[in-house]
Design a binder for this molecule. Structure first.
Ligand code: HPA
Length: 249
C-alpha cells in the first residue's frame, strides 16, 4: 500500500515518470475530492497522486475541497504528503522558478472549510500548529535537493491568500511587514487539515512570478506559465530524488 502521496498544484497535473497502476474514485463524508486518486510507482516506490485543481485544472483555489482531498488520502493509507504549490516571490531571493521548502505559514484565507473538528465532537480539539510542516519530510526534501544540485530555499514563511485574484501591491507590502516571504492561494487550510489527520506534510513551492509590486509592471499569465513550466521540471527532479528516501523515514 502506498504510504506517500503527492498533491500536484498548478502546472503539475501529472507526473512524467509515474507508472500508473490504477485510478480510484473515492467518496468522503466531506464530499468529492478534486478527482480520482492516481496510484502508481515512481522510482520503484508506490505513490498516490492527486491533482489539487482537478486533472483538467478547473477548480480554483477557493473552491478546492481540501477536506475531501486529505480525507481520501488518509483513507487510502497515506502517511506522508508532499504538496506542490505555485507561489509569488516577495523577498528578494524568492526569484521566479526557484523552489522553496517553507517552514512557516500565515493564513489570510476566509470562508473555507478549515477543520475536521467541528461536528459530533465529544471534546473540543486544538491541534498544535507551532511548526506547521513536518520537519523530517522537509529535511528529506532539502537533502534530496542538495544531492540533485537544485537551488532550494530552505525555509520561508508562506502567506496564504484567498484568491482567485492576485494581490494588490499594498497587500503584498502588508504581507511583507507581517514576515511573509512567499504568497500563494492553496497552502491553507490544506496544511492544517493534514496536521488534524496526523499526516506528515511538507510543501514544495515553485515561485511562478514576482508578487504584486515586486517585479517590473504587472503579472501576466504568460509569465506565470513560463516560469511554472521550468520550475516544475525541477520539482520532478526533486521528487525523483526524494521519494525513495521517504520510504525509510
Ligand atoms: N499570489 C498568490 N498566489 C500565487 C501567486 C501570487 O503572486 N503566484 C502564484 N500563485
Amino acid at each position: 500500500m502506498a504510504r506517500i502521496a503527492i498533491i500536484g498544484g498548478t502546472g503539475l497535473t501529472s507526473l512524467r515518470n509515474l507508472e500508473i497502476t490504477g485510478r480510484e474514485v473515492v467518496h468522503t463524508p466531506y464530499g468529492e475530492p478534486s478527482g480520482p486518486l492516481t496510484r502508481g510507482v515512481l522510482c520503484e516506490v508506490e505513490v498516490v497522486f492527486l491533482a489539487r485543481h482537478g486533472y483538467g485544472h478547473t477548480i480554483p483555489p477557493h473552491r478546492v475541497n481540501y477536506r475531501a482531498n486529505l480525507w481520501a488520502l488518509k483513507e487510502a493509507g497515506v502517511e506522508q504528503v508532499v504538496a506542490v504549490n505555485a507561489v509569488g516571490g516577495i523577498r528578494g531571493d524568492m526569484t521566479p522558478q526557484r523552489l522553496v521548502i517553507p517552514d512557516q505559514i500565515i493564513d489570510y484565507t476566509w470562508s473555507r472549510n478549515n477543520t475536521f473538528f467541528e461536528e459530533g465532537l465529544t471534546q473540543v480539539v486544538h491541534i498544535d500548529f507551532t511548526r506547521p510542516y513536518c520537519d523530517s519530510l522537509r529535511g528529506i526534501l532539502l537533502a534530496a535537493g542538495e544531492r540533485a544540485g537544485l537551488d532550494l530555499a530552505a525555509g520561508a514563511t508562506y502567506g496564504a491568500t484567498q484568491g482567485p485574484r492576485l494581490e494588490t501591491a499594498a497587500e503584498i507590502d502588508r504581507l511583507e511587514r507581517d514576515g511573509c516571504h512567499i504568497v500563494g492561494m492553496t497552502g491553507m487550510p490544506e496544511t492544517a487539515l493534514a496536521r488534524e489527520l496526523e499526516l506528515c506534510y511538507a510543501s514544495v513551492c515553485v515561485v511562478a512570478n514576482w508578487a504584486a509590486g515586486r517585479g517590473e509592471g504587472g503579472i501576466t499569465m504568460g509569465d506565470i506559465d513560463r516560469n511554472l513550466k521550468a520550475g516544475m521540471q525541477r520539482v520532478r527532479t526533486l521528487l525523483e530524488a526524494a521519494i525513495p528516501r521517504c520510504v525509510a523515514c
